[in-house]
Structures are given as C-alpha cells and as structure tokens.
Design a protein around this ligand. Structure first.
Ligand code: NAD
Length: 322
C-alpha cells in the first residue's frame, strides 16, 4: 500500500485531497496546525503539528518503514484578498518557513515524490482581453502581492532541491478554488464563498456589498477538478510548474449574479472600497491538459454544489449564535 503525507490536511483543498488519496487506496497521514472542521477523521492518521518548526516537519515526515512514497505540501498561511493584503509579514514568514523546512527535510529523508501547491498569484496583473499567459511567463516576475512572491520563492526552493537531491518535484499553480468544506467566514474566505455567505444572509431583493467596481476578472475551479489535477500531475513526468484552472472567466459581479441565480434570489450589488487584487487573469492550461486533465465542473454547477453547503453553515451559525 502506498503511503502519502498531506500537509495542510486540516484545510480546504488538503481535506479533499486526503479523501481522494484514500479513495485511490493510499494510507494517508494528515498534518496541520488545526483539525479539519468538518471532516476531522478523513485521514488514517492525523498529527497536529506547527510546520514552521523544523523538528515538527521531521516528525511529520517520519514514518515506520519510511520514507513516505508521496508528500503533498499544501500547508500555508492563506486566505482571500481580505487576508492577503493585510497579512504580508505573516505570509512571508510563516509560509516560507514551512516550505523551507518541509522541502529540505523531505529531500534529505529520501522522499521520492514531492508536490508543492503554488498559485496563479505568482503572475503579474493583466489587462482585460490580454492573451493567455503560459507558465514560463511568470518570469520576469511582478506578482501584485507578497503571497505570490512567497509562492514563487518556494517553487524555486523545491526546484533547487530537485536538482540537488533528485527528489521528483511537481508544482501546480492553482486558480481560485471553491467548493464545500472551505473557509466561508472569518476574513480568510475567498470570493465565491464570501458571495455565497452574503447572499445566504439576505432576503430576496436585498443588497450585498462587493469590493471594488465588480469588473475584476477571475476563473474559479471546483475542488474536485483541482484534486483530480493534483493527483494527475503528481503521477506524471511533467517538470516545472503547471497551471490548474477552469477556463471560464467571469467578473466579480457575474460571480455574484451566478450565486444569486442558484440561490433563487434577486440581489442588488453595492460596490464599496476594499482590496480587489489584480484586474484580470487569463492563463493557459495546456500543460495540465497535456496529461488529459480538463475542468468538468463549470461555475453554475460548482455553485449548485457549494451554495447549499454554505447556506446550511450560515443558518447553523445563526441558531448557535457563533
Ligand atoms: P486552507 O487555508 O484551507 O489550508 C491551508 C492549511 O494550512 C490550513 O488548514 C492551515 O491550518 C494550515 N497551516 C497554516 N499554517 C500552518 C502551520 N504553521 N503548520 C501546519 N499547518 C499550517 O487553504 P486551501 O485553500 O486549502 O489552500 C491549500 C494550498 O493551496 C495553500 O498552499 C494555498 O496557498 C494554495 N492555493 C489555494 C488556492 C485557493 O483558491 N484555495 C489558490 C491558489 C493556491
């Protein structure tokens, strides 16, 4: 039986990845600084460890009959724009430490395959209508936030260790990911979850606030497509970073209206000032598509899976007063 370590297993994508790997027959150890809120027992074994500490990374990687066959590194100090723009130093400090120690020890302890979760935040801002950017166009680099710079640095750390130690490194640059069991409140949630929550909390005909003028363009990738992409990439020979994202691009206002449609509510949008991030995104998925990956769940279908889950959480919060 193959054994996998998932770092960040208490989080959104890590939690779904644990289930995917177990479904594929793996023995899985999950590691995180916190438990998974909704699926705390998904992994065969779960360790609470702060991966900013080198000794804890060693503990995470140590397993009887080791090393692990595969290590998936998804732990990060992470959130949507609200978090990213206000927590620059935490991101640069915490996520960099996690990646430095995890990559160094995994390579030295003989892990044969290592996955690193990067982000399309490594790319520069784009104008509306610009042609697709491919992975190599991330350099020369000009990410618009420190989260992107940290990812770029950690990608390079992983590639350096691949060159020196021969550990096979696979790097995915995720587009925005959404789905059930993701952060939906508290300031770290991303736009799709925030829209679902806001619309769940208003009456039909009510108003929601949207940061910026609503024209910023993004694509949103449903979590099952994301973990399928991670799995496929990890088991491929594809060196260097690969974008994983749904090719459907929408503005923030279109996202809000897509959620309202699924909710069966008419909404008014009030644009307010707030952190927006880049104006536009448009990336090539040719590399990941070369492995046979394609997005299966487009926005409306993905929101149909996500909205009822967030609506249920929001109602439960009202009842419990939390
Ligand atoms: P998440 O916040 O739900 O999961 C990250 C997990 O890392 C959390 O459970 C958190 O507790 C854990 N963590 C943070 N600091 C830690 C520490 N010191 N020690 C141990 N664990 C720690 O985020 P996610 O959406 O599941 O993202 C997973 C990965 O994918 C992250 O690396 C993120 O940067 C990347 N990513 C996500 C998206 C997205 O849209 N969700 C987009 C691009 C990249």
């Amino acid at each position: 039986m193959k054994r996998a370590l998932v770092c960040g297993a208490g989080g959104f994508i890590g939690g779904h990845l644990v289930k995917k790997l177990r479904g594929a027959g793996y023995w899985v150890r999950g590691v995180d600084i916190k438990s998974h809120e909704w699926s705390p027992h998904a992994a065969d074994e779960f360790k609470h460890l702060d991966l900013r500490i080198e000794e804890n990374c060693r503990q995470a990687l140590t397993v009887e009959g080791g090393p692990f066959d595969e290590v998936y590194q998804l732990a990060a100090d992470m959130g949507g724009m609200g978090f990213i723009h206000s927590a620059e130093t935490e991101i640069m400090h915490n996520s960099a430490l996690i990646n430095i120690y995890m990559t160094d020890l995994a390579a030295k302890m003989g892990v044969p395959r290592y996955f690193f979760s990067s982000s399309v935040c490594v790319y520069r801002d784009m104008k509306h209508g610009e042609p697709e950017m491919s992975e190599d166009q991330a350099i020369p680099a000009h990410p618009d936030n420190e989260y992107g710079w940290e990812k770029l640095y950690s990608e390079r750390v992983a590639m350096a260790y691949e060159r020196r130690y021969g550990m096979q490194v696979r790097i995915a640059r995720f587009q925005n990911c959404y789905g059930p069991e993701g952060t939906w409140q508290g300031g770290r949630e991303k736009a799709p979850a925030a829209m679902c929550r806001k619309i769940a909390q208003i009456e039909d005909g009510g108003t929601i606030e949207v940061w910026g003028d609503g024209s910023a363009v993004r694509s949103y990738t449903y979590v099952s497509d994301m973990v399928d992409g991670i799995y496929l990439l990890m088991h491929s020979d594809l060196h260097g970073a690969a974008n994983i994202g749904c090719p459907q691009y929408v503005s923030v206002d279109e996202l809000a209206n897509a959620v309202a449609k699924v909710a069966g509510k008419t909404i008014k949008i009030k644009h307010v000032s707030g952190p927006v991030g880049v104006q536009s995104r448009n990336f090539s998925n040719d590399r990941i598509a070369s492995l046979g990956w394609q997005a299966k769940v487009f926005l409306e279908e993905g929101i149909k899976q996500t909205y009822p889950w967030i609506e249920k959480q929001a109602k439960a919060r009202l009842v419990n007063g939390k």
